[in-house]
Structure formats: structure tokens, C-alpha cells
Write a protein that binds this ligand. Structure first.
Ligand SMILES: NC(=O)CC[C@H](N)C(=O)O
Length: 367
């Protein structure tokens, strides 16, 4: 028999559905993503740490789950809210059902509620904390929510970052290959897969690494990874990024990496009302006028006024709300994007940015 469960939002609204996945409670910031595919990549994307995820696409689990689509070594979301859970998946790669996948990862899900209504609420009210529970009353859930830390007040990057420095798969990559030192603030595997595909040797460093430690591998370039939470909390990573900037090495910053570059140049980030999460965000490249369809997952954005006169300039804007989606430095070899050039999930249209990084490193010879 299906067990009932509820999703309670911090404003007191209650949505009733059925429990699936792990039978446990979860609280987190409730966010929605408009990506139509890629639930497994989203569930394992470290930038969703601390959040309860609602895909607006109503059919979830239809192509099952498989090891090739992991974006990190574990489930990262706190909870999963879907309209309809598929119990009969079909795909040649599928090895398990979404229900057992969530159970194994200890993550509760809830299905059968009106995800469209919740999304409309979050869009008009802004994102808020919420709780999934199958054994508490709405009143008890609200009480727990009131006592729990609010998303954005704790450092999630330290929780998801690698604890030790490691090399990404080096099989058949020669010693002479371009070296990329990657600051792992919650990196998605696909960034490292693409860099490897371009012939790079990638060394991933913990978020607490110093610039000196990273520069000791004598990298050709630096990649600043995405990651969860409020970038304004990350003074230690900003200090590292400042040291990396001072080295003059080519730097590509993705998402949180973009926000950290802004901070390293004295800029600041602010919280968006309901964030950008999905696979079809239109981004305009101000230099070419071209509009790119991009994968996104972020809740904060660079304040463009805060980087005025810093040497950074805005290169890309989001056409939905005009916010900053990319920057470059006027004289140093630094470029950043707020969206996901690696996709996973989402359109692969923007992987050309990795080629731009190879060119910046002067290593288009690699592959
Ligand atoms: N994917 C990311 O890197 C997200 C960056 C940051 N945590 C934000 O939400 O804005």
C-alpha cells in the first residue's frame, strides 16, 4: 500500500502526496527545475545540496537510472517532489528504478501532488524552506522548519567538495598533456569528462586548497567549479581564487566559479527570487549578439554594479531577467559563465566554451 506523505512549505502551505524512496523526513530549500530530462544528473549535482528538488516535467523515472549519468559519487538533493513516479522504466541503459535509487541513497521522495501549483507559488513568493514527512503533522513539520537552519546560512561547499586532492582518469593521457588544476567546490563529473576528452590532465583540489598548493602542479590553466549555497560565505575560497588570479594563469569559472571571480575582484552576489534551474535559459553573448540556449542551476547572481571599475566586464546576460550570465577580464586571461557549459543535463550547445579555454591555455594541440 502506498504511504501518504506531505510537503510543508515555510509559509504554512501543505501539499499531500504519496511517499516513495527512503522513508525518512527531509527539510531543505524547495526549488524547481524546468529541465525536461536529466533527473539523475540533477539528483547527483552537488549544487543541489541542501535543496528539495521539484522537476516541473511531470513524468519522472521513465528511463530508469544508470551509472553513466552520475554527476558525483552520491545523491545530493535532500528530497525529491514529482508529479508522477514511473514504476516501470524502459531504456537499454537502465539498471534500476528511481524508487530503489532514492531508497539506496537515503533520500525521501513524494509523488502525486500538483507540482505546477507549487512551482507557481515559488515563482510568485520566491523559494522557501520546506519539509517532506510521512509521519508528522503539518504543525509539527512547521515547528521543525522554524528551528532548522535556513539555506544560505551554512557552508555546503565544504560538505560536497573532495576531501583529498585527486587526478581524474589519466588513462592514455600523456605526461605532456595540458594540466588543469580544478578547484572542486562541488564539481560535476561531466566537467572533468569534457576536459579529459580535450586531452587534459585534471587534478581536482579540495575547496580549502591554497593557491600555492594548486599552482605547485604547474597548471596550464585553472578551472573554478560550480558548487552549492551562497557564494558570499566563501571567504576562504575567494582568497584562493585571488591568489590564482595573481598567478596570471588562464582561468575558466563555471557558475559558483563565476561568482567567486566576482568576489576576488571585490564584487558581490545577490540572491535571485526563485533562481534559474532548467535546460532552456536564453543567454545573450553581448559581443556577438548571439543567443545561446543554456543549462542552468543557480540561485545567486553577480551584482553588475559591484564589479564596475574592477577590470571585469559583463559578457553575457540572461534574456529572461537581464542578470549577469558571464564575465571576462579586460586584460587578464579570465572568462566565466554563470550557466553550465558541460550541460548534464541540458543542451550541449555550449561545450565550445571548453575549446575557448584550450585556446586560452595555448593548448589546442592536445586533441
Ligand atoms: N551551480 C552552481 O554553481 C550554483 C552556484 C551558487 N551556489 C548559486 O546557487 O548561485
Amino acid at each position: 500500500m502506498t504511504k501518504r506523505a506531505i510537503l510543508v512549505l515555510a509559509d504554512g502551505s501543505v501539499y499531500e502526496g504519496n511517499s516513495f524512496g527512503a522513508e525518512t523526513d527531509a527539510f531543505g530549500e524547495v526549488v524547481f527545475s524546468t529541465s525536461m530530462t536529466g533527473y539523475q544528473e540533477m539528483l547527483t549535482d552537488p549544487s543541489f545540496a541542501g535543496q528539495i528538488l521539484i522537476p516541473t516535467f511531470p513524468l519522472i523515472g521513465n528511463y530508469g537510472v544508470n551509472p553513466a549519468d552520475w554527476e558525483s559519487d552520491r545523491l545530493q538533493v535532500k528530497g525529491f517532489v514529482v508529479r508522477e513516479e514511473c514504476t516501470d522504466p524502459s531504456n537499454y541503459q537502465s539498471e534500476a528504478k528511481i524508487d530503489s535509487y532514492l531508497k539506496q541513497g537515503g533520500i525521501p521522495g513524494i509523488w502525486g501532488l500538483d507540482t505546477r501549483a507549487i512551482t507557481r507559488k515559488l515563482r510568485s513568493h520566491g523559494v522557501m524552506m520546506g519539509m517532506i514527512t510521512s509521519d508528522k503533522t503539518p504543525g509539527q513539520a512547521l515547528e521543525i522548519l522554524r528551528m532548522s537552519p535556513i539555506y544560505g546560512t551554512t557552508d555546503l561547499v565544504k560538505e560536497v567538495s573532495t576531501k583529498a586532492t585527486y587526478d581524474w582518469d589519466l588513462e592514455d593521457i600523456p605526461e605532456t598533456a595540458p594540466r588543469v588544476a580544478l578547484l572542486d567546490c562541488g564539481c560535476k563529473f561531466h566537467i572533468m569528462r569534457i576536459l579529459r576528452h580535450h586531452g587534459c590532465r585534471v587534478t581536482a583540489f579540495p575547496c580549502t586548497a591554497t593557491a600555492k598548493e594548486m599552482l605547485a602542479v604547474n597548471p596550464d590553466g585553472i578551472l573554478l567549479s560550480p558548487g552549492p549555497g551562497d557564494p558570499e560565505l566563501l571567504d576562504y575560497a575567494t582568497e584562493t581564487v585571488t591568489g590564482l588570479v595573481d598567478s596570471g594563469k588562464p582561468i575558466m569559472g563555471i557558475c559558483l566559479g563565476n561568482q567567486l571571480i566576482a568576489k576576488a575582484f571585490g564584487g558581490h552576489n545577490f540572491k535571485l527570487k526563485f533562481g534559474h534551474r532548467g535546460g532552456n535559459h536564453p543567454v545573450k553573448d553581448l559581443a556577438t549578439g548571439r543567443v545561446h540556449i543554456t543549462a542552468q542551476n543557480h540561485g545567486y547572481a553577480v551584482n553588475p554594479e559591484s564589479i564596475e571599475g574592477s577590470g571585469l566586464e559583463v559578457t553575457h546576460i540572461n534574456l529572461n531577467d537581464g542578470t549577469v550570465e558571464g564575465m571576462k577580464h579586460k586584460s587578464l586571461p579570465i572568462f566565466t559563465i554563470q550557466y553550465h557549459s558541460e550541460a548534464s543535463p541540458g543542451p550541449l550547445d555550449n561545450t565550445y566554451l571548453f575549446e575557448q579555454f584550450m585556446t586560452m591555455m595555448g593548448r589546442t594541440d592536445a586533441r
